[in-house]
Design a protein around this ligand. Structure first.
Ligand SMILES: C[S@@+](CC[C@H](N)C(=O)[O-])C[C@H]1O[C@@H](n2cnc3c(N)ncnc32)[C@H](O)[C@@H]1O
Length: 256
């Protein structure tokens, strides 16, 4: 597909994203849909416009990386994580290291930070929050959310962990202090280690199987023995053992 390769080359040079590790059929469908929605004839027309239009360039990046997220996304999975893993870990270890990989606007690392403080107010917790998209990270660092974005946060948690502002809510400094933000490309950059828990949810959906396998191997290597990988509700790792992980309930994988 010559047109696809042309678009992929342009995306690499303009946005720094290597589409060779993404599933082409899905990417092509989304890029065409995006071009049509913007009134552009085809991906070539889209790329030409993206070269001149910074806002469109950002929207194109947002579309490709998909940064949709929310606090306590899939609440049942968080409840399971708390009961099976976070509680035992936070109450038995001297300190805990957690990575939210593909953290988008910060909902996930702040969800973890709130839970950690509820479970063990005094245990030192390091939460690395990383994302490919610098623009989204700079918004996450502000730690402010509109009323609409706060949908998943109960009144009790709002009162305890947020400060009400004229428009919206700000995460309190003691919760912000638990999170370290970093621009990081999961497909290219070295992985920090060790971690007790790695959350990588709804990030790799469009990656090729080969890219996912390589990434899961690297996550396994970054986990402490007995550490946990937490995936999105629709994600799973077939043949988890071949990447060095062991299924542990729905969407959880443990490093033996
Ligand atoms: C749908 S959001 C998921 C946010 C959160 N983990 C959740 O489940 O709600 C996907 C995020 O992954 C990021 N992302 C996509 N590709 C990435 C890569 N190669 N490296 C790091 N982050 C990436 C996107 O920028 C986006 O913010």
């Amino acid at each position: 597909m010559v047109a696809y390769e042309r678009m992929a080359r342009a995306v690499k040079s303009l946005l720094g994203i290597d589409l060779s590790q993404y599933k082409p059929a899905q990417v092509w469908r989304r890029v065409n849909g995006f071009a049509t929605a913007r009134g552009l004839p085809d991906p070539d027309g889209l790329v030409a416009k993206v070269r001149q239009d910074a806002a469109l360039k950002q929207a194109f990046l947002d579309m490709l990386t998909i940064n949709v997220s929310e606090f306590f996304r899939n609440p049942e999975a968080w409840s399971a994580l708390v009961g099976q893993f976070l509680k035992p870990m936070l109450t038995s270890q001297l300190s805990v290291r957690i990575w939210s990989a593909g953290c988008s606007l910060g909902y996930e690392p702040f969800t973890i930070a709130m839970l950690a403080r509820e479970i063990a107010p005094a245990t030192p917790v390091y939460i690395l929050a990383s994302d490919l998209d610098e623009t989204i990270l700079s918004r996450a660092r502000k730690a402010t959310y509109t009323e609409q974005q706060m949908a998943g946060v109960s009144p009790a948690r709002r009162a305890r962990f947020f400060r009400k502002m004229d428009s919206g809510w700000e995460v309190k400094p003691e919760i912000q202090a638990l999170v370290t933000w970093r621009r990081h490309d999961l497909l290219k950059d070295p992985y920090e280690k060790p971690f007790d828990l790695i959350c990588c949810r709804n990030v790799v959906i469009y990656f090729t199987e080969a890219a996912k396998t390589a990434l899961y191997k690297r996550f396994a290597d970054s986990l402490r023995p007995n550490g946990l990988l937490f995936l999105g509700a629709t994600e799973s790792i077939p043949n988890a053992r071949t990447v060095g992980l062991q299924p542990n309930g729905l969407t959880f994988y443990r490093r033996p």
